[in-house]
Design a binder for this molecule. Structure first.
Ligand code: TTP
Ligand code: MG
Length: 354
């Protein structure tokens, strides 16, 4: 059975909200992020700023070098959350099967919708114009028979675009897709694939499923399905969290392992607060630490665990710190993160309890 999925993603979301509040910002490069002098990072920027090469996750100092007239605003999370809720409530007028992915992004399943004669394209167009009229920001949408291609499609004509991939176009459209469009294929995996002469989904099709699995392990399975533009995952109304984490970028690098270890304690308090909000619905499956060094290289280490304890994190941090390159250690640590891997409670066990 073919589904009708719409993926909606707001254009430069935080920046769009700021431009709505102050219309003159539309005509100049703006970004939301931490200040350059306190080693902040860009969360997002408007499209005029993108012309200069400014982008999410770039150091603010580097962004200012690329675009000296860039105005960096500190960001107003409470406002962005309120706008997000307003947008999600508009989505709910069109379907009850909605899966929010972040504040500015959601999948909407309209397979059984009677609206607009059942045309997902017309529904998507109506969602876009309603959000623009009622909220004052633009969104891009992708329409496709599944989540994978709908998400690729929403990005296709960004900003303020609508792109539709019909079931009959799925095969041809996906053949041209670069492998990096497949979720989970980052630069490292892409390089590995390129070494086998694989750039796009059409290239992947000349291998058998078995060959893909032999060559690329678990990633091979995903490649085998996605290369034909297929994705059988349903739109999931209730978001299942896989992890919860907190992190901090320090104004001055943490010089040694002792400084890092001391810095874990306040992070741990914050993590526990977040965990307590989730603990009714989840169990702990593991602990994770993340380190970003002064040269921006980063590493994460995780360990299976059903308990949470600050000492677990300290031990794991020791291992992570000492597995960093000696040169990175000398340069110090600019960011520390800690998190928990989560799993849904074991339903069998719950049954046994009752
Ligand atoms: P995105 O949808 O990835 O980006 P965007 O909406 O700003 O721009 P685009 O038009 O390309 O969709 O993320 C949504 C918001 O999440 C973004 O406005 C700010 C925040 N964000 C961060 O804080 N850090 C990040 O690294 C990214 C990618 C996003
Ligand atoms: Mg967006």
């Amino acid at each position: 059975m073919s589904r009708k999925i719409i993926h909606c993603d707001c254009d430069c979301f935080y920046a769009a909200v700021e431009m709505r509040e102050v219309p003159s910002y539309r005509y100049r490069p703006i970004a939301i992020g931490g200040a350059a002098h306190s080693r902040g990072v860009i969360a997002t920027c408007n499209y005029p700023a993108r012309k200069f090469g400014v982008h999410s996750a770039m150091a603010s100092a580097q962004a200012i070098r690329a675009c000296p007239e860039l105005l960096i605003l500190p960001g107003r999370m409470a406002l962005y959350k309120a706008v997000s809720q307003q947008i999600m409530s508009i989505f709910k007028r069109y379907s009850t099967t909605i899966e929010p992915l972040s504040l500015d992004e959601a999948f909407i399943d309209v397979t059984d919708s009677p609206l607009f004669g059942g045309s997902a394209t017309l529904i998507a167009q109506d969602i876009r114009s309603t959000v623009e009229a009622e909220v004052g920001i633009t969104i891009s949408a992708g329409v496709a028979p599944n989540k994978f291609i709908a998400k690729v499609a929403s990005d296709w004509l960004k900003p303020n675009g609508l792109f539709v991939v019909k079931p009959s176009e799925l095969d041809e459209f996906s053949a041209r897709l670069c492998v990096t469009k497949i979720p989970g294929i980052g630069p490292v995996s892409a390089a590995k694939l390129a070494a086998h002469g694989i750039q796009n989904c059409a290239d992947l099709r000349s291998f058998s499923e078995l060959e893909l699995e032999q060559k690329f392990g678990r990633m091979g399975q995903a490649l085998a399905t996605r290369r034909y533009g297929e994705d059988h995952r349903p739109v999931q109304t209730r978001r299942v969290r896989k992890s919860v984490s907190v992190e901090n970028t320090y104004t001055q690098d943490l010089a040694n392992i002792q400084a890092c270890s001391d810095a874990l304690s306040p992070l741990y308090t914050e993590l526990l607060e977040r965990w307590h909000k989730l603990s009714q619905d989840y169990e702990v499956a593991g602990v994770v630490v993340k380190l970003k060094f002064a040269d921006f290289s980063q590493l994460t280490r995780e360990q299976a665990s059903v308990e949470i304890n600050l000492d677990f994190f300290k031990t794991l941090l020791q291992t992570a710190f000492h597995s960093g390159l000696p040169q990175q250690q000398r340069q110090g640590v600019r960011l520390l993160g800690m998190g928990l891997k989560l799993k849904a409670p074991d339903s069998q066990q719950q049954l046994r309890l009752f």
